[in-house]
Ligand binder design. Structure first.
Ligand code: GRF
Length: 208
């Protein structure tokens, strides 16, 4: 299948995007980055893109009175850069339904917990790890999942666990989970790049 041309959406520092970029560079991910879009003009992800001569675009719904224009502009931007797969790498905003539908089964998000636990509105970043510790969980982990019209509800593609240690803080747990995020995001993308994914409703199967 044609190489994956990724459209990256990020709101923050961009360590997941950076991990994907490094795996493209080291040859373990058959893809290229078409464009990086952020709702946050000072996002570290945009700096990483610029340092790597990748188109870096600030695009936020607040810039548009008519929200459908925002969705159309995002779609036009993806088209302009030949994007055929969208990656939410720490993106803190809802994706317009029109964009989700245009990339059905071609859009992934990374979540720093084992969905459906500790997912959905308000569960992002530090809040997630705090809730995991408060609950007394013995394991946590990360989920790469297909994006559908709600927050964090799409079918999982890869999930991987990490132990929760007695003396963990949200920061130490976040750091352990982040290592796994960086692994499974690229692994999931490589499965799509090599056409090894079959999707049956909520069940994502990996072809041998
Ligand atoms: C990650 O923990 C990710 O799971 C969550 O937001 C954080 C983004 O981190 N969606 P980064 O910007 O990829 O470093």
């Amino acid at each position: 299948m044609a190489d994956l041309v990724l459209g990256v959406l990020a709101s923050g520092r961009g360590s997941n995007f950076d991990a994907i970029l490094n795996n493209i560079k080291n040859g373990t991910l058959n893809a290229r980055i078409g464009v990086v879009i952020s709702n946050n003009k000072s996002a570290g992800a945009l700096d990483i893109a610029r340092e790597n001569s990748i188109p870096a675009i600030h695009l936020a719904s607040a810039q548009f009175d008519d929200k459908s224009k925002f969705a159309d502009t995002m779609l036009d931007t993806f088209k302009k850069y030949d994007v055929n797969f969208v990656v939410l790498a720490g993106y803190m905003k809802m994706i317009p339904v029109k964009v989700v539908q245009a990339f059905k089964h071609r859009m992934l998000n990374i979540h720093p917990a084992l969905l459906p636990s500790f997912g959905g509105k308000g569960f992002y970043g530090h809040n997630v790890h705090e809730a995991v510790l408060a609950y007394g969980c013995k394991v946590s982990g990360a989920t790469v999942h297909l994006v559908d019209e709600e927050y964090d509800t799409g079918a999982p593609v890869i999930q991987r666990t990490v132990p929760v240690l007695d003396d963990d803080t949200p920061e130490t747990l976040a750091a352990r989970v982040l290592v796994v995020e960086h692994q499974i995001f690229s692994e999931a993308l490589q499965l799509f790049a090599t056409d090894r994914i079959e999707i049956h409703g909520r069940h994502v199967r990996i072809k041998p």
